[in-house]
Design a binder for this molecule. Structure first.
Ligand SMILES: *Cc1c(COP(=O)(O)O)cnc(C)c1O
Length: 247
């Protein structure tokens, strides 16, 4: 490569370094306030809408985990980043259609947004030839509104109840159930949302002791999510700037 298209310009690199320093200090403060060990919280840089060169810059600054929410964008970006010699841990965090499962398992290390038994089965089939199991978080709905995505805690719905989905993942040979993911519902105070999520996670860990990951909190509310036990925060705009489209 002669023009190093996956290399950020120096000004952009400096901008990203500044954003990262701020986010890291917010995470450290939130951990200190919550009496939690900083090492127990992983930051996932959400790079959707931003170019591969930003991913490479983040990796050079020590960021190991990246998140994307659309397969088409993520597949191309992961390939570009790999061609630049960088191999972050990719988390797929968006709504996933079953016909995209085969594509996603090629580059993703983690899928955080499994919320139906049908999707769990599609991933099981797609992951059959992987060398390492695919880590899976079950996305839960905090407000019980299944239309906005997320499995339903306490529901016996065979397709979208939290336990049926978790069991479909736990029973699948190529998948590893590692925990829960959630997004605070629109219109809810983050405290209320993450307190509710912490209760759900507590019950969940009783049933699945190995599944301790809790992915919660975005740029606007990750400090509060950390207070309520988040082990993974998904941070986009606070690192990379406001996206021009809302997603
Ligand atoms: C975009 C996105 C994020 C990051 O949001 P920011 O507000 O930019 O930090 C986190 N989680 C999910 C599921 C997302 O789609």
């Amino acid at each position: 490569m002669t023009d190093s298209s996956a290399t950020a310009r120096p000004e952009r690199h400096a901008e990203i370094a500044a954003g990262l320093a701020q986010v890291r200090s917010r995470i450290a403060d939130a951990c200190a306030q919550a009496g939690r060990d900083r090492a127990d919280v992983t930051m996932i840089a959400v790079t959707k809408t931003y170019p591969a060169s930003d991913v490479v810059a983040l990796a050079a600054l020590g960021v190991t985990d990246m998140g994307e929410n659309r397969d088409q964008e993520a597949a191309g970006k992961a390939a570009e980043v790999a061609a630049a010699g960088v191999r972050p841990r990719w988390h797929f965090i968006g709504q996933l259609q079953r016909n995209k499962a085969r594509s996603v398992v090629r580059y993703a290390d983690v899928v955080q947004s499994v919320d139906s038994v049908r999707l769990a089965r599609a991933l099981t089939n797609a992951a059959a030839d992987r060398e390492v199991p695919l880590d899976v978080l079950v996305q839960v709905s905090i407000d019980g509104d299944a239309a906005r995505g997320g499995a339903l805690p306490g529901s016996a719905d065979p397709g979208a109840g939290l336990e049926p989905v978790a069991e479909a993942v736990a029973d699948a040979p190529g998948l590893r159930l590692v925990g829960l993911m959630a997004v605070a519902p629109l219109g809810w105070e983050p405290e209320r949302a993450f307190a509710r999520l912490a209760e759900v996670a507590d019950v969940f860990r009783g049933l699945h002791p190995g599944a301790t990951a809790l992915s919660a909190g975005m740029s606007g509310d990750f400090d509060i999510a950390i207070r309520y036990g988040a082990t993974h925060v998904r941070v986009g705009s606070a690192l990379l700037g406001m996206r021009s489209t809302l997603r």
